[in-house]
Write a protein that binds this ligand. Structure first.
Ligand code: FCB
Length: 452
């Protein structure tokens, strides 16, 4: 049956997403800040003043409102709130209160992240998440933030992509603290499980209701790369299948299993975590790409796997990531089948400095969300990553995920909406992806999407 536009449900949240360290600037008491000073960021930059969101938040919120965006996801930085062990910075928390109040004044649906990878230096110095005390320290920080700012969020993200630092920092050695250790990966994963379960409990104990009077919504923004193999012939292919089996479990299936059943998954081991079972009110999905794991005998440091290659003919982004919209639909389906809980797309987006690929990426991924909605899966909203260009971790400022372009070396950091920002604005206002948009930006798939 042919249709003229992809209509989304009433109250669907059209939002954008950011992380504190990546946009605020001046997060100088954090482990990432310290790491950046060692000159290890690919493009030679440091987060520095980043996008200066810390001071320009009002301007940014006004721009989001002008563009008719409905939601905003932001993070609180632990290192700002507790720069020294046990010393909570009142000025920082009051400043976050002003930021959140401004978002409230603009009537945005607020999604608040308590931990987005970055920790205070003093936590890193005491061994990071490998130190058994760190969970308790995190909970003391979370408790403080919940007490102070708990009235604002509509959605809570306790942890952003906990398995990313567990894998990238402790197993693959690509992020600080650069470990190559299965044992460390497992210990850090268990620490995150405990941190999440207890934070979930704390939020519900202190703020059982969201600002609109309904039950508080607490979850995790989980990274779900779509993992496949390269399909090399012979033993290389067997090894790839084994690697993919492990990678899926290490990246999300193990975590999801533990949340769903309450029983520790073998990939993480350890004793059961109190309160972990069912500790989701919604499932947060961060989805960007497909990874095709390829055996490579030169990559001993990466366990003989290259996960960054795209099969011939597959379009890639500025990050070199494969564009694979179908993976979003497949992820939504499997997460829904696993949990049967409402889904929030907490991140999805593309590094594209020219904005040539982004409109189409946006439309194709929204079409996959629409497809899942049509099948009756409750999806609450979509937070596009990202509102502005920002500091993209170990790759620096060169990779540009923003709907809004900002040159990090522009003294005035002027915000310039890219064409996609206006396209997204129109989508938010119409609550639909229209035929005209699809014809303009993704003409090859008009028939598939609209059923002509
Ligand atoms: C996600 C992170 C986010 C951003 C995007 C591109 O994995 O959560 O901070 O870096 O990737």
């Amino acid at each position: 049956m042919s249709t003229d536009s992809l209509n989304f449900p009433d109250h669907f949240i059209w939002g954008t997403s950011t992380g504190g360290h990546q946009v605020e600037g001046g997060n100088e008491f954090s482990d990432w800040w310290a790491w950046e000073q060692k000159g290890l960021i690919a493009d030679g930059t440091v987060s520095g003043r980043a996008m200066d969101y810390w001071r320009r938040y009002e301007e940014d919120h006004a721009l989001m409102a002008k563009l008719a965006y409905k939601g905003f996801r932001l993070g609180i930085e632990w290192a700002r709130v507790e720069p020294q062990k046990g010393c909570f910075n009142r000025d920082a928390i009051e400043h976050y209160r002003r930021i959140l109040q401004s978002l409230r004044n603009h009537k945005f649906i607020i999604c608040l992240t308590l931990h987005h990878w970055v920790k205070p230096i003093w936590v890193a110095d005491q061994g990071g998440w490998l130190n058994p005390d760190t969970v308790n320290h995190f909970l003391r920080y979370a408790n403080f933030v919940i007490d102070e700012l708990g009235a604002f969020p509509d959605y809570w993200v306790t942890l952003n992509e906990p398995m990313a630092p567990a894998i990238m920092g402790n197993f693959l050695g690509r992020f600080p603290p650069h470990r190559h250790s299965i044992k460390a990966y497992r210990a850090v994963s268990r620490a995150f499980l405990r941190a999440h379960a207890e934070t979930y409990r704390l939020i519900h104990a202190k703020h059982p209701l969201a600002p609109d009077g309904t039950r508080s919504m607490v979850g995790v923004a989980m990274a779900y790369p779509w993992i496949e193999t390269w399909n090399s012939p012979g033993p290389a292919g067997w090894y790839e299948r084994f690697a993919a089996f492990i990678a899926r479990r290490a990246a999300f299936e193990g975590w999801d299993h533990t949340i769903r059943t309450g029983n520790p998954h073998w990939i993480h081991g350890g004793p059961a975590v109190a309160g972990i079972q069912n500790s989701y009110d919604y499932c947060g999905i961060n989805y960007y790409t497909r990874a095709s794991l390829k055996y490579d005998r030169r990559r001993g440091d990466q366990y003989w796997i290259d996960d960054a290659k795209a099969p011939p003919g597959v379009e890639v982004t500025q990050m070199g990531w494969q564009i694979y919209p179908e993976g979003l639909y497949r992820t939504i389906r499997s997460v829904w089948e696993r949990f049967r809980k409402p889904i929030l797309i907490t991140e999805n987006g593309i590094a594209d400095d020219t904005d040539k690929q982004r409109p189409r990426y946006l439309i194709e991924h929204l079409a996959q969300i629409h497809r899942a909605l049509q099948e009756g899966i409750p999806i609450l909203g979509y937070y596009h990553w990202s509102f502005v260009d920002n500091f993209e971790w170990q790759t620096g400022f060169a990779k540009r995920f923003g709907l809004i372009c900002v040159q990090h070396d522009d003294p005035d950091l002027i915000r310039v909406p890219r064409p996609s920002a206006y396209l997204y604005s129109e989508i938010a206002q119409k609550n639909a992806v229209t035929r005209k948009m699809i014809e303009a930006y993704a003409p090859e798939i008009v028939a598939t999407i609209l059923g002509d």
